[in-house]
Design a protein around this ligand. Structure first.
Ligand code: PMP
Ligand code: GLU
Length: 395
């Protein structure tokens, strides 16, 4: 036996909790169990026809070789136009990089800005991968506890104090938020920009759910606000809105110096994002497919309303209506108290006894809550509610 082991940094990286639970649910399903899988958030709709066709055409036409490391010039320009038309963001093609999913964009962005030991603020509840991505960039994740009573939007004074205490290099924000579905007002986003400016810090803005909004909510990027553009790195794309999940493309946009740095990193670690997927993503930029988008949003909204109504009828559970994304973050604190369980045990029992997969809030630094994805068909959600009720009523 050799004494060789993976390094200390990699040993600090846990497997993604969302993906681990989804893998466990898939295993039970493969073993023949009737599992309702509301773990990972992935739309149940297929990639829209015209987008998939553009990918197929790329293969048929032999468009299958390397591209420039930051993505094709056409796609970088189309990405800049999409960001401008949709979110009033002002980037040139050379300030947009194409990369492998929002995950890849976050990874490249953090690698490009974090110095070893730098603190990076993360607002709980946060998407599971942020602390690991900061750690991999040799930074120090600093988590600000969740504020459920404030609609999950931290006030500027709290963020300001954390910047001062930790001398943080930057902050990761994610609105619409996974897992809470919160969407701040323009004034709240401006307040975060103002605090970051005061501390001369970066904002990494994960906007991957920015077109999935309900109840009249609007998305405002920090980069679109005064003082925001020069310190914000925007992460956005079509993975969630157009089911480009498996295609692995997205955009990173920001000040040219940091985009150039990310491009250099990408040229060394990735080469280029998948050529075929870039052709599909170009089609997504060029064709808005409004009917398809409306159909999806109607379906998500119907599911969201159904869950809000039904879950609030279950003893010990509460659900505030999410305003964006496609997750229901259910408050099970009362049920945990009466049962003597924590949210991890709740999810274990839901999966083992009721074959319902969900993610414990602890994975997002919000213990006492459980996250259900409603990017799943209505019959799955009805089955989930029946199983949740059975769980809540079991002695
Ligand atoms: N950010 C958030 C908030 C997410 O929920 C996800 C889910 N996958 C990602 C980034 C990564 O998305 P992608 O598939 O584009 O890498
Ligand atoms: N982002 C989705 C989720 O939160 C997909 C899984 C993942 O990449 O973490 O469930």
């Amino acid at each position: 036996m050799s004494g060789l082991v993976p390094n200390a940094r990699s040993r600090r990286i846990e497997e993604s909790a969302t993906l681990a639970i989804t893998a466990k649910a898939a295993k039970l399903k493969a073993a023949g169990l009737d599992v309702v899988s509301l773990g990972a958030g992935e739309p149940d709709f297929a990639t829209p026809g015209p987008i998939a066709t553009a990918g197929i055409r790329a293969i048929e036409q032999g468009n299958t070789r390397y591209t420039a490391a930051p993505g094709t010039p056409e796609l970088r320009a189309a990405g800049a136009k999409w960001l401008s038309d949709t979110f009033a963001l002002d980037y040139g093609a050379d300030e947009v990089m194409v990369t492998a999913g929002a995950k890849g964009a976050l990874h490249m962005a953090l690698d490009a800005i974090v110095e070893p030991g730098d603190a990076v603020l993360i607002l709980a509840p946060y998407w599971v991968s942020y602390p690991a991505l900061v750690t991999m960039a040799d930074g120090k994740p600093v988590v600000l506890p969740a504020v459920p009573d404030a609609g999950f939007v931290h006030d500027a004074a709290t963020i300001d104090a954390a910047f001062a205490r930790h001398r943080a290099r930057g902050i990761i924000v994610n609105f619409p938020n996974n897992p809470s579905g919160s969407v701040p007002t323009r004034a709240q986003v401006q307040a975060i920009v103002d605090v970051a400016k005061q501390h001369d810090a970066w904002i990494v803005s994960d906007e991957i759910y920015s077109t999935l909004l309900y109840d009249g909510a609007t998305h405002v990027s920090p980069a679109a606000l005064p003082g925001g553009r020069e310190r914000t790195i925007v992460v956005n794309g079509f993975t969630k809105s157009h089911t480009l999940t498996g295609w692995r493309t997205s955009f990173l946009a920001g000040p040219k110096a940091v985009v150039d740095a990310a491009c250099r990193i990408q040229s060394q670690v990735l080469g280029n994002p998948c050529t075929i997927s870039q052709a599909a993503t170009l089609a997504a930029c060029q064709q808005a497919l409004p009917e398809e988008q409306e159909r999806r949003m109607r379906a998500f909204d119907e599911r969201r309303r159904y869950l809000v109504t039904e879950i609030n009828r279950i003893p010990g559970m509460k659900l505030a209506a999410p305003r964006g994304a496609f997750y229901a973050l259910v408050d099970v604190r009362e049920l945990c108290r009466t049962r003597g369980l924590d949210d991890v045990a709740v999810c274990e029992q839901l999966l083992d006894r009721h074959h319902l997969a969900a993610v414990p809030g602890s994975a997002f630094a919000i213990p006492g809550f459980v996250r259900f994805s409603y990017a799943a068909a209505m019959d799955q959600l009805r089955a989930a509610v029946t199983r949740l009720r059975a769980f809540a009523e079991a002695k």
